[in-house]
Design a protein around this ligand. Structure first.
Ligand SMILES: Nc1ncnc2c1ncn2[C@@H]1O[C@H](COP(=O)(O)OP(=O)(O)O)[C@@H](O)[C@H]1O
Ligand SMILES: [Mg+2]
Length: 271
């Protein structure tokens, strides 16, 4: 059964999408079969893999019950990566989820009344039951709204990217508290923190080192040993529609994501 990993942090600009795209590429080239799901209406994963935004190609029609999730999967030109793209219509998902939770509030049938929480888990079930993928990575939007909540309910694990910047831990308790709540309430007992990945490390400053130290003190072994450097090439790659591994394979940024992918494989027991 594939592992379902949410790449989440309610802050924007911390490297969620960059991590989702680049880990997928690195996992793909070492022979892992990856399904990458773009859950952000910004669709940066989609464009970062060179895909056009296409009407009805996202998970929105799946949320509406009009399409099956497995029919929204497309192949990418990159080894080992399949994609469920995003596009602007996902903006409406939060509203639809709010409407669903309101509409089903008085419903007696548990299955029906939980649909606004479990729609993604249910829609993913045929894929998670199949043996088509080793890992399913889900790039979350920068909020802890209902869309992210449905991802955390569908996931086995969370990977949190943290930027090597001031106050990296600020607000982090919102997501770890939410995780604990999902576990203790039994909504998602198995949810596990897979790791914290430090991104945009700037070796020229003391700040980056201080920040990594502080985060290691807080999260201990949960922090990936690999740290992703701040690198212009990593930031450029999406405008060419390519992961860094394909855009500039011999760069430091590419090497760091390759090592992080190997670490992820170990953490997930996929080696
Ligand atoms: N390692 C890195 N080096 C340089 N720029 C980076 C790096 N990681 C991310 N960026 C850039 O930082 C910005 C935010 O990253 P992104 O992955 O989109 O964050 P999020 O998905 O959390 O909002 C983007 O412009 C991205 O290109
Ligand atoms: Mg993003």
């Amino acid at each position: 059964m594939p592992r379902v990993i949410a790449i989440a942090n309610q802050k924007g600009g911390v490297g969620k999408t960059t991590t989702a795209v680049n880990l997928s590429a690195c996992l793909g080239t070492i022979g892992k079969r990856v399904l990458l799901i773009d859950m952000d209406a910004q669709a940066n994963c989609t464009s970062g893999l060179g895909h056009e935004k296409t009407p009805n190609a996202s998970l929105y029609p799946v949320l509406l019950g009009e399409r099956k999730l497995e029919n929204q999967i497309v192949k990418t030109e990159f080894e080992g990566i399949s994609l469920i793209p995003s596009e602007f219509d996902l903006c409406a998902a939060e509203v639809e989820l709010a409407r669903l939770s309101f509409e089903t509030a008085g419903t007696k049938s548990r299955k029906k009344s939980d649909r606004h929480l479990t729609w993604l888990k249910d829609a993913l079930a045929p894929v998670t039951k199949s043996n088509d993928y080793d890992v399913i990575l889900i790039d979350c939007p920068p909020s802890l709204g209902k869309l992210t909540l449905s991802v955390l309910i569908a996931a086995d694990g969370i990977l949190i990217p943290l930027q090597c910047e001031y106050y990296p831990l600020e607000g982090i308790s919102s997501i770890t508290d939410l995780m604990d709540q999902l576990k203790t309430s039994g909504v998602n007992k198995g949810l596990e923190l897979i790791g914290v990945l430090m991104t945009m490390f700037d070796s020229r400053t003391n700040l980056s080192r201080l920040v990594v130290g502080e985060v290691r003190e807080h999260f201990g072994d949960k922090v990936f040993r690999t740290v992703i450097p701040r690198a212009t090439r990593v930031a450029e790659a999406p405008s060419h529609g390519k992961p860094i591994l394909h855009y500039d394979p011999y760069s430091a940024g590419s090497a760091s994501y390759e090592v992080a992918a190997l670490e992820l494989v170990k953490r997930l027991g996929l080696d």
